[in-house]
Design a protein around this ligand. Structure first.
Ligand SMILES: C[S@@+](CC[C@H](N)C(=O)[O-])C[C@H]1O[C@@H](n2cnc3c(N)ncnc32)[C@H](O)[C@@H]1O
Length: 210
């Protein structure tokens, strides 16, 4: 059973976060942009309200929450019902798959990455953006998990864990970007992404399907 209840019930609140935290959002978009292919057919898995698919011109999205899907559709995304663990597309349909802050909500990470691997064509890639559990923001979310309708149900991962899952699914050549260097609750400003991981709370990893 997909973990969608908080998103079903709080769609507008979820979507409004990106306006209340415009600088963080812009920093995250910049970090993803640094690793996402500029061209090719892309799919966002767990597309939510389309806040990442839209600026990257990704038109295909999978999303199990009906109200989130409707919001993504209003942004011009062909958001279809489905879950990461069982993608409704044939093998090798996409040049790349994007997942942003969705890996912490899927029920079965190994199945989700195996499915992404299946729908990506050889030579394509997966790009995953997530809050690193070992970062200041990751630790803050963990400590205050029960106060957030969204993060109450999340299973946070470290960068090492995400990397291991990617390699176990068959992906290779991992490359990292990081951003959000300010402490949680501190002044928010647009930040330049940096290479690597270990300092930024928001990490993006790109990995290739050989
Ligand atoms: C934190 S939101 C991220 C949405 C969007 N990617 C963004 O960054 O704004 C997590 C999303 O994952 C969706 N989700 C939950 N379980 C899922 C699953 N098993 N497969 C795909 N998406 C799932 C939720 O409905 C929610 O829209």
């Amino acid at each position: 059973m997909a973990r969608t209840r908080a998103f079903d019930e709080n769609t507008e609140r979820y979507d409004a976060w990106f306006e209340r935290h415009a600088a963080l959002y812009e920093s995250e978009v910049a970090a993803v942009r640094g690793l996402l292919p500029a061209e090719g057919a892309g799919l966002e898995v767990g597309v939510g309200t389309g806040r990442f698919a839209e600026p990257f011109g990704i038109v295909h999205g999978v999303e199990p929450s009906a109200p989130m899907r409707e919001a993504a559709r209003a942004r011009g995304i062909d958001a279809v019902d489905g879950v990461a663990e069982r993608l409704p597309y044939p093998d090798a349909s996409f040049d790349f798959v994007l997942m942003v802050t969705t890996i912490c909500f899927v029920d079965d990470v190994a199945a989700a990455l195996a499915e992404a691997f299946r729908v990506i064509r050889p030579g394509g890639c997966i790009v995953i953006g997530f809050v690193d559990r070992e970062s200041p923001l990751g630790r803050h979310y963990l400590a205050h998990k029960d106060e957030s309708p969204f993060y109450k149900d999340a299973d946070f991962f470290s960068t090492e864990e995400v990397s291991r899952h990617l390699e176990e699914a068959g992906f290779t050549d991992l490359v990292f970007r990081q951003t959000v260097f300010t402490a949680p609750g501190g002044a928010e400003e647009v930040e330049e992404p940096e290479e690597g991981h270990g300092r930024g709370s928001f990490v993006v990893v790109r990995a290739m399907k050989p």
